[in-house]
Ligand binder design. Structure first.
Ligand code: CA
Length: 143
């Protein structure tokens, strides 16, 4: 994967996402502009997260959980591929794919089951997060 310019093989990458090679090329250029090193560390992710969702208060703990979810190979960094895979699910994934993503976020010990503690843990730290707003929106839709 990759070529002389250090760009990933967008045709190959597009097979694993719901983005076209052309879209991935544009995303990659923007990604490199914001993150010239080609990867995002935990602090950068927190800044990005706050900018994207305009969260008030301390989102550090929740950002940490979401960061781990992005960082599939546990390298301590989110590379372009990891970033785009999650973005693909978030923006164009099916309901099942989104549900699985959320399930994995909650399933802290990767047991394949959710315990009450895990649910409470994630809900507690997500109070000031996008999920909080999403939960509110879902709730409003239900009533
Ligand atoms: Ca990584």
């Amino acid at each position: 994967m990759g070529n002389a310019k250090g760009k990933p093989d967008f045709n190959e990458l597009s097979k694993g996402t719901k983005f076209s090679a052309k879209e991935l090329n544009t995303f990659f250029d923007n990604f490199k502009k914001d993150f010239p090193q080609g990867k995002i560390d935990k602090n950068q992710f927190e800044v990005l997260y706050k900018k994207m969702f305009g969260t008030e208060g301390d989102a550090k703990e929740f950002c940490g959980l979401v960061f781990e979810q992005y960082d599939a190979d546990h390298s301590g960094y989110i590379d372009f591929k990891e970033f785009i895979l999650t973005l693909s699910i978030a923006s164009r994934g099916t309901k099942d794919e989104k549900l699985l993503w959320a399930f994995r976020l909650y399933d802290r010990d990767h047991s394949g089951f959710l315990t009450e503690n895990e649910i409470v843990q994630v809900l507690t730290v997500s109070l000031h997060s996008i999920f909080y707003y999403l939960n509110i929106m879902c709730y409003i839709e239900l009533i």
